[in-house]
Design a protein around this ligand. Structure first.
Ligand code: UT7
Length: 315
């Protein structure tokens, strides 16, 4: 391993996973006083997936990402797992996933709620610059374990899923992490949290307000760091919490929805998994070409927020 070299940064394989079982808005009408129309209009969500486990969803997404990158377990130097729904308080969930995948490397959880996967991008870049060659970054959630599907605030939003990327050095000079921003404000712990053994509690209106502010701030910080403008960016991949949050922030930032990757309608909010899930869908639709600028934007409980701008040279 060489150290402290400019490493380049390339997402060489992306994968995702969703449990088979689907919980639609119409199903929720039987659990609470709500309607499909209300949920769709206020959130952009039609259905979410439930079942499986964080470990299983992470393992499937990682395996798919490794297959797409054409690498095996022996090629991975580190596993980073972003999750809000770990299997245990202790130990972390990443070591179990590493075991399922047959990895022989370090493995740790990132707990930054819905921002976790984007936090992982500059973390991974740091390890590449320290000499690692290949890092698996996965976001995976079994949020059904901490969601009350009788609660009108949270039950309409959350679902399960996983998304992963193999991130590796890119000596070609094309792939690069051009800028990033990480933030947290613990004054807002109380607006979205789950106590040990309990379900998620949320002040939805305040989360909405803070999220729109955080997105604007973090996008601007990453644009400033990279000396880039909104117009130069080919694709924005935001956290998928509520389409109205994205629309409000985009309006203020001048970002068109056509340049946005969204899977929210079919997945609901899968916290740490939403961004790699949306990225994977955009890749399937051939929306990203090598050399394109792609921005990832996360926000969530904490409050935490994060964004990262990548010049794409990918899978
Ligand atoms: O990763 C971050 C995760 N969290 C979020 O992204 C949450 C962000 N916040 C939100 O998405 C929205 O706050 C919600 C979608 C959760 C709620 O929407 P809202 O517009 O803030 O609803 P509200 O609680 O202010 O309620 C407005 C009205 C009320 O009726 P009245 O008093 O105006 O007659 C509620 O009783 O909507 C009613 N209502 C519902 N009706 C049908 C609230 N929840 C529901 C529901 N179905 N599920």
């Amino acid at each position: 391993m060489t150290t402290h070299q400019p490493a380049g940064f390339k997402l060489s394989g992306v994968g995702s996973s969703l449990p088979d079982k689907v919980l639609t808005n119409v199903d929720l009408e039987g659990y609470m006083d709500t309607t499909d129309e209300w949920i769709y209009e206020r959130t952009g969500i039609r259905q979410r997936h439930i079942g499986s486990s964080t470990t299983e969803l992470a393992t499937i997404a990682c395996q798919e990402a490794m297959d797409a990158a054409g690498v095996g377990p022996e090629d991975i130097d580190l596993l980073l797992l972003a999750t809000t729904s770990p299997e245990h308080i202790c130990p972390g969930t990443a070591p179990g996933v590493a075991n399922e995948l047959g990895l022989d490397c370090g493995a740790l959880d990132i707990q930054a709620a819905c921002s976790g996967w984007v936090y992982g991008l500059p973390i991974a870049n740091g390890f590449l610059m320290q000499g690692m060659n290949r890092i698996l970054l996965v976001g995976a959630e079994a949020l059904d374990k901490i969601t009350d599907y009788h609660d009108r605030g949270t039950g309409i939003l959350f679902g399960n899923g996983g998304g992963a990327a193999v991130i590796e050095r890119d000596p070609s000079g094309v792939g690069e992490l051009l800028g990033w921003d990480l933030g947290a404000d613990g004054k807002f712990v109380h607006i979205l949290y789950a106590e040990h053994g309990d379900v998620l509690k949320m002040d939805g209106k305040e989360v909405f307000r803070q999220a729109v502010t955080a997105i604007q701030r973090t996008v601007q910080n990453t644009l400033d760091m990279s000396g880039t403008t909104v117009d130069e960016i080919a694709l924005f991949v935001p956290h998928q919490a509520n389409i109205r949050i994205v629309e409000s922030a985009w309006k203020k930032l001048g970002i068109p929805m056509e340049k946005t990757a969204m899977v929210l309608e079919n997945t609901g909010n899968t916290s740490g998994a939403t961004i790699p899930l949306a990225l994977h869908e955009a890749l399937r639709e051939d929306r990203v070409q090598n050399g394109d600028l792609v921005m990832f934007i996360g926000f969530g409980a904490g409050m935490t927020w994060a964004s990262a701008l990548v010049r794409w040279n990918g899978s």
